[in-house]
Design a binder for this molecule. Structure first.
Ligand code: FPP
Ligand code: MG
Length: 296
């Protein structure tokens, strides 16, 4: 896992436009957003899934970094005053605080676009053409209105930040829908893209997809737990925001104890799925454990 993280940290700065390249304010702000820390879970997941599917992660590091650029776009927009209004992210001032709000909107727009361009461009070479096309389509589908952005919309409606256009059903079902889309879709797509870059055909990817879905759910429940239990120093972002904004989360709906219990169940489930993919003591199981037990 450390090797993959180091590879991502080495490659990301090279994929982003240079600070002195026009328009330099935008490029400085993009680099502030992406290069200011972060756990790099999505590209690491893609690399680990790629190895487990028989690929060579070194060949796909650039492409995997496209996932981190797209993820960072979602964070920059999520932190905007009109959405979550957060001032701290990855232990540093959010982009709209360090720069300004219009710049932060454009940083998100540009990171999304550049991230997709990276997916469409890497790995380089005609032998990768089919994998590039498949990966870019599956990621685009995962982050669009029927995926991550859809989950964000449902989240806003559930919080009452925007007027909902349908009668909300059972809050538990709604919460599940939000988590599976807002957070789960990109995590699942990261795992699946890793398998695609390894050349694994669609009918052999089910185990990867299920691992990614379960991990996405666990990731978001852990996020909900941390929001109510961790400190700003641990998180690198302001805690306590969910209760303050009256958000629908696992903790606000079921309480901390239930959330922790569900997380433990999910950990067992995900580790089993990982073992099915790569046998015992594999990196996918280890990553699942760190995601569930993380403090940041
Ligand atoms: C933290 O990731 C991020 C989440 C828990 C996902 C939340 C979902 C969104 C922000 C989607 C919002 C969508 C739009 C379109 C605004 P992380 O803990 O991996 O963060 P890190 O990369 O900083 O470590
Ligand atoms: Mg937020």
């Amino acid at each position: 896992m450390d090797l993959e993280r180091q590879a991502v940290e080495r490659v990301l700065p090279r994929l982003l436009p240079a600070e002195d390249q026009w328009p330099s304010r935008l490029h400085r702000a993009m680099r502030h957003a992406v290069l200011g820390g972060g756990k790099r879970i999505r590209p690491i997941l893609a690399c680990l899934a790629n190895r487990a599917a028989g690929g060579d992660p070194e060949a796909i590091t650039e492409a995997a970094c496209g996932l981190e650029m797209i993820h960072t776009y979602s964070l920059v927009h999520d932190d905007l005053p009109t959405l979550d209004d957060d001032v701290l992210r990855r232990g540093r001032p959010t982009v709209h605080v360090a720069f300004d709000e219009p710049t932060a909107i454009l940083v998100g727009d540009a990171l999304l676009t550049e991230g997709l361009l990276v997916l469409a461009s890497y790995p380089v070479g005609p032998q990768w053409a089919a994998a590039r096309a498949e990966a870019v389509a599956l990621v685009a589908e995962a982050i669009g209105s029927r995926g991550m952005v859809g989950g964000q919309m449902e989240d806003l409606e559930a919080t009452g930040q925007v007027a909902g256009d349908r009668v909300p059903g059972d809050p538990g079902v709604r919460l599940d829908l939000i988590h599976r889309h807002k957070t789960g879709c990109l995590l699942r797509a990261s795992v699946e893209a890793g398998a695609v870059w390894a050349g694994l055909p669609v009918d052999q990817r089910m185990g990867f997809v299920r691992y990614g879905e379960c991990l996405g759910l666990a990731f978001q429940i852990a996020d909900d737990v941390l929001d109510s239990t961790a400190t700003a120093a641990e998180l690198g972002k302001s805690p306590g925001k969910d209760a303050e904004a009256d958000k629908l989360t696992w903790v606000t709906l079921y309480g901390l104890k239930e959330a922790q219990k569900r997380l433990d169940e999910l950990e067992t489930e995900i580790v089993e799925l990982a073992i099915n993919i790569e046998g015992p003591d594999g990196a996918l199981a280890a990553l699942a454990r760190t995601v569930v037990r993380r403090r940041s």
